[in-house]
Design a protein around this ligand. Structure first.
Ligand SMILES: [Zn+2]
Length: 260
């Protein structure tokens, strides 16, 4: 791979601060593409297996685990439930969500039942995943563009290296302007290149995780498995209508009623 950035090379080209700012911007745009509203950004760690995986369908904030008390025939008992962190009061910056809690055991049962259904409809699972894989695969045109961008990036990077290696005074305004222009051009090419690369990698990611899912479906345990949930589900969303949407790592999406 060509070297895209010239760091600590020539103080006049681009300062460390500017370099870091560009890196931040690349990261920001990358995240924007993956999650346009920043709704699903994670910033806490909790308990497995649903921790960091479940989000509120009302407001998009993370769903957290709670220990609640209930009563049957006058006897109190504790149970675990999952609820949006906003109504629980753990997200003071966000207001106005009234997402209800779901029992942990109900979530587990819901997922276990879903896997059973998927095992019984294996062909449909494969067809859906293959559609998702195909949607992410680069078209012929995109693949051609991808290769073209690769060449253009290499060319512009070489020009930057050439210029940077010349022994010229840092006070030379034309020299600086040319380099800045090239670095800007490189940046623009790289944005487009990265978007195509993401797409391409997404297709491979789905493919790999379809194999993982099918292996698990071939030997399903009777009870809920943390491992299967963690390895096959990208994220789950607790929806308004007492349903959970499971987004699988292989690109398929399944929605199922949960709870009592
Ligand atoms: Zn919420």
């Amino acid at each position: 791979m060509p070297q895209y950035y010239i760091k600590d090379h020539h103080p006049a080209i681009i300062s460390e601060e500017e370099f870091q700012a560009v890196q931040q911007e690349i990261k920001r745009r990358y995240n924007m593409r993956k999650d346009p509203d920043g709704k699903y950004r994670m910033n806490y760690s909790g308990k497995a297996p649903f921790s960091n995986k479940l989000f509120c369908g009302h407001c998009g904030r993370p769903v957290v685990r709670r220990r609640l008390t209930s009563q049957t025939n006058g006897e109190k008992y504790l149970f675990s439930a999952w609820q949006c962190r906003v109504p629980v009061g753990r997200d003071p910056d966000f207001k106005g969500c009234n997402g209800r809690y779901v029992w942990e055991v109900d979530l587990e049962d819901c997922f276990t039942e879903l896997l059973r259904e998927m095992r019984n409809n294996r062909d449909e699972v494969i067809a859906d995943a293959e559609q998702a894989i195909a949607d992410k695969r680069l078209s012929e045109k995109e693949q051609a563009r991808f290769e073209e961008l690769e060449k253009q990036l290499e060319a512009v990077t070489n020009r930057i290296s050439d210029l940077a290696s010349r022994e010229m005074g840092s006070a030379d305004a034309l020299y600086d302007a040319t380099l800045r222009h090239l670095i800007f051009e490189q940046e623009i090419l790289k944005q487009e290149y990265d978007a195509l690369k993401d797409k391409k990698e997404g297709s491979l990611y789905f493919q790999k995780h379809l194999e993982v899912l099918l292996e698990y479906l071939d030997q399903l345990p009777k009870r809920f498995s943390d491992e299967i949930f963690i390895k096959t589900v990208e994220r789950g969303i607790l929806d308004r209508d007492k349903k959970v949407t499971f987004e699988f790592k292989c690109g398929i999406v399944r929605k199922k009623p949960v709870g009592r």
